[in-house]
Design a protein around this ligand. Structure first.
Ligand code: SIN
Length: 516
């Protein structure tokens, strides 16, 4: 199939915002589920970081971003993104997003870890992701320029030399075959990699496929070893694990263990509001020691936790925990991939005619440890930048009729037992704490799974897993979300970003496998 529409892969906040910014340029949006479902941004609880208070500034926000990022944030990117934050909050407000406001109309700000001020604009407590998405979807549905195919998945890119010429797409239904949509430009906005791990807060489909197929097409990948683990995923047996937002700790909730000890005060001067990687490692240590860490909201919030944090209250109710009476059991879970497709200041990837925004990208904003609630902000800023750059690159707006899809047969069946083996391997050996032996073991397992794979979905997942584990093996130091038991200190000479191709990562994997 050939079209003059820009193809947007994904349907999260970045994808929707870009489609709106591109209008009236025709767009085809590939949404794996019904619009608004299945995207990580719809599950975001905290909100969007933006210096909206008179006492705050983009410079202070940029400084916190650089500090949390542990030495590898691109400070120009941090300055640019934080400078644009307020304009996007105002635009979202004008679109109708019901941000929480005080009686004087000022934005109510949540405090989250490693922010020097309350700086996270929120909606109905912990409903930011869902409410912003609903606002954007409402506007998108009214746009004649956007065609959405719901229930379809992108599985690969077609290229001619270094230029992307199309996207391979199939229906989410396993019986569907794939077809090629040839297009003048592609925007990848299909999320990160959390679901490559057995313990994750990401929606079930977010398993690194988009980063994987971009890498397989030759796109350069940046910082894949930097995966952020959230310290307070609710640990009651659900997969994915529901989040207990960091904003609860911003309201004064504390972390205790089964002995009633408040353990974070001994670890960091900011206690529960220490940078996320530090809190995550301590939660992991408490879990490993059998101390059962828990988030205690009782004194800070009492019964208000139920009304002010409805998503957390609902997850607790499903798990049979009453947070008014009892602390909430928590554990670490893969939450956000700082790494992704290497993306420049215009949202361009290293391949021609390929743009990226949101968690699939790696722009240099997050470094080794993302500052809380900078994820949605980055998605908004780069969605608009990519849209502007695509517009400038593609010139006159074409007429592009809607496409009719006649899906071929001959689908692919992904073996969920093998997927679980991959996810457990990542959690055990490429997780919060890593070492040489475990990473080599993981690379050997990934290589075996890839050799036996007979689906594009699995090869896309093993590609991303290879990139994460190979870059983690190569980085012989500890920094931010990447902690090596055998190299526990940061090495000043390694305070730089990683840029790596899949070919190079596979070379590292093959060499490591020979040594096991
Ligand atoms: C949270 O609400 O704790 C998550 C915020 C984020 O990951 O940015």
């Amino acid at each position: 199939m050939k079209t003059d529409r820009i193809v947007i892969v994904g349907a999260g906040m970045g994808a929707l915002y870009a489609a709106l910014a591109l209008a009236p340029r025709p767009v085809l949006m590939i949404s794996p589920e019904s619009l608004g479902e299945g995207a990580s941004s719809a599950w975001a609880q905290g909100g969007v970081a933006a210096a909206m208070a008179e006492t705050d500034s983009p410079e202070a926000h940029a400084l916190d971003t650089v500090t949390a990022g542990a030495g590898t944030v691109d400070s120009d990117v941090a300055a640019m993104v934080t400078r644009h934050a307020a304009e996007h909050i105002i635009d979202l407000t004008d679109f109708g997003t019901p941000f929480d406001r005080d009686a004087g109309g000022k934005y109510v700000m949540s405090r989250e870890a490693a922010h020097s001020a309350p700086r996270v604009v929120r909606v109905k407590g912990d409903q930011a992701g869902r409410q912003i998405m609903e606002t954007l979807i409402g506007r998108l549905r009214a746009l004649p320029s956007v065609q959405v195919i719901e229930g379809a998945l992108a599985t690969g890119l077609a290229t001619e030399g270094d230029r992307v010429t199309g996207v391979w797409v199939r229906r989410a239904d396993p019986a569907s075959g794939k077809l090629l949509i040839e297009t003048p430009a592609v925007l990848l906005a299909g999320g990160g990699s959390g679901g490559l791990y057995a313990h994750t807060t990401n929606p079930p489909r977010i398993r690194g496929q988009v980063i994987g197929f971009a890498a397989r097409a030759g796109a350069v990948i940046a910082d894949p070893e930097f995966v952020q683990f959230h310290p307070t995923a609710i640990d009651m047996g659900e997969d994915p694990m529901p989040l207990a937002t960091e904003a609860l700790r911003g309201e004064g909730a504390i972390l205790i263990n089964k002995h009633g000890e408040r353990f974070m005060t001994a670890v960091h001067k900011d206690a529960e509001l220490a940078p996320r990687d530090i809190v995550a490692r301590e939660i992991f240590a408490q879990t490993q020691a059998g101390n059962r860490p828990m988030l205690d909201t009782r004194e800070a919030l009492g019964a208000e936790v139920l009304t002010r944090f409805p998503a957390v209250a609902e997850a607790c109710a499903r798990a049979g925990v009453d947070p008014v009476e009892n602390p909430i059991p928590v554990a670490v879970a893969a939450h956000y991939h700082m790494g992704g497709i290497d993306t420049d200041e215009h949202g361009r990837a290293s391949l021609d005619r390929l743009w990226v925004c949101g968690e699939a990208s790696s722009t240099g904003l997050h470094g080794a440890n993302r500052l809380a609630s900078n994820g949605l902000l980055e998605a908004l800023v780069y969605a608009r930048k990519a849209a502007e750059d695509m517009d400038a690159t593609l010139g006159a707006v074409p007429e592009a009729p809607e496409l009719d899809f006649d899906w071929p047969e001959g689908g692919e069946n992904v073996d969920e037992d093998t997927v679980m083996e991959l996810r457990e391997t990542m959690t055990a050996h490429v997780g919060v704490r890593r070492n040489t032996e475990g990473l080599k073991h993981a690379l050997a397992t990934i290589a075996r799974i890839e050799a036996e794979a007979d689906t594009e979905t699995m090869r896309n997942m093993t590609a991303t897993a290879t990139l994460i584990a190979a870059a983690a093996l190569t980085r012989e130091e500890s920094r931010g979300g990447h902690f090596r038991d055998d190299f526990p200190e940061p090495v000043p000479a390694l305070a730089h970003r990683t840029r790596i191709t899949l070919e190079a990562a596979t070379g590292i994997r093959d060499a490591a496998k020979d040594l096991t």
